[in-house]
Design a protein around this ligand. Structure first.
Ligand code: PAF
Length: 308
């Protein structure tokens, strides 16, 4: 059976329960499991990878496509965010997704902007949060709502003996700060769902895929490659247990015309707290995450790489 589109939470819950009831196989083989892939549409191969990861290990897979006004500070940014519903449907269908949940704004926020929201706390004010105040509060609020909306009322298997939940949500590692905050929210607020991270997908020249790449001119796209180059430089040094020498990686970015570096930080992969390797003369040991953000022409891009 191909993909079905629904636009209300009631339809979503009814259809996912029905599909779960019809899905074969014991819980240990994917039966009674549901994967949720939250997206804002404008889907690319990175999203297809999220969807495929969910399809590979769940009986039923739902992908949401909702451009969430709450996480945009700038109304112009919200307005020009690409909306490509027909193409999105084709991507999800090809990946084997069962249901596309594409609610209108009134379905997600029937009373208008919610008065009560999830707050991301201190971590929500760092890195991406520093230049996008309120962004992570808006993103976490909609993720909380989507996690509730996507959880079927019947048909889920109990957690498996290893403690793995039968309800799972899939997030890309490219948005490392969002992923860390979603994990924190789920742990701190006891959401009964497993958060599954999915690796970054890159073009063959190293550029991390992003819905915003379509706004880059050819020249800007070439310039944007410096983000992944700077990260690769840090990874080479980490692999060789050399000092990371972050200023020289920053210099690489500063020297690229048309690219304005916002931050290049080496952080703890779990908490995203800054790590001592930011003082650059100690040899690298252990594990860390290098985060980078830069403006390239009209577009703000982020990328990251695991070190160690
Ligand atoms: O990463 C995104 O596309 C969005 O922030 C998300 C998680 C779908 C919430 O709107």
């Amino acid at each position: 059976m191909g993909i079905t589109t629904v636009s209300t939470i009631a339809e979503l819950k009814a259809l996912s329960a029905q599909l779960l009831a019809a899905a074969p196989g014991p819980a240990g083989h994917g039966g009674g499991t549901l994967g949720l892939v939250p997206t804002m549409g404008a889907l690319h191969r990175g999203h297809a990878e999220l969807a495929r990861a969910a399809v590979a290990e769940n009986a039923v897979v739902v992908a949401s496509v909702f451009v969430n006004p709450l996480q945009f500070g700038d109304p112009v940014d919200l307005e020009r965010y690409p909306r490509t519903t027909e193409a999105d449907l084709a991507v999800l269908d090809a990946a084997g997704v069962d249901i596309m949940f594409a609610p209108p704004v009134e379905e997600m926020y029937p009373g208008g902007e919610p008065a009560v929201r999830v707050t991301a706390g201190r971590l929500g004010e760092l890195y991406e949060g520093a230049s996008r105040p309120g962004h992570f509060d808006g993103a976490l609020t909609v993720v909380a709502k989507l996690l509730h909306a996507g959880r079927p009322d019947t048909g889920l298997a109990p957690a498996d003996p290893a403690g793995r939940q039968s309800y799972r949500a899939y997030f890309g590692q490219k948005d490392a700060q969002q992923l860390a905050l979603v994990r924190r929210m789920v742990a701190d607020l006891n959401f009964p769902v497993d958060i599954v991270p999915v690796p970054i997908v890159r073009d063959s020249d190293g550029l991390a895929l992003s819905s915003r790449n379509r706004f880059l001119s050819d020249g800007e796209r070439d310039a944007a490659l410096v983000l992944s180059r700077a990260l690769r430089l840090l990874r080479r040094r980490a692999d060789a247990h050399e000092p990371l020498d972050i200023p020289s990686a920053e210099e690489l970015v500063h020297m690229t015309p048309g690219v304005e570096l916002d931050y290049l930080e080496v952080v703890d992969p779990g908490t995203l707290a800054a790590r001592a390797e930011n003082c650059q003369d100690t040899p690298f040991t252990g594990q860390a995450l290098a985060l980078i953000a830069a403006r390239v022409g009209p577009v703000r891009l982020i990328d990251n790489v695991t070190l160690g």
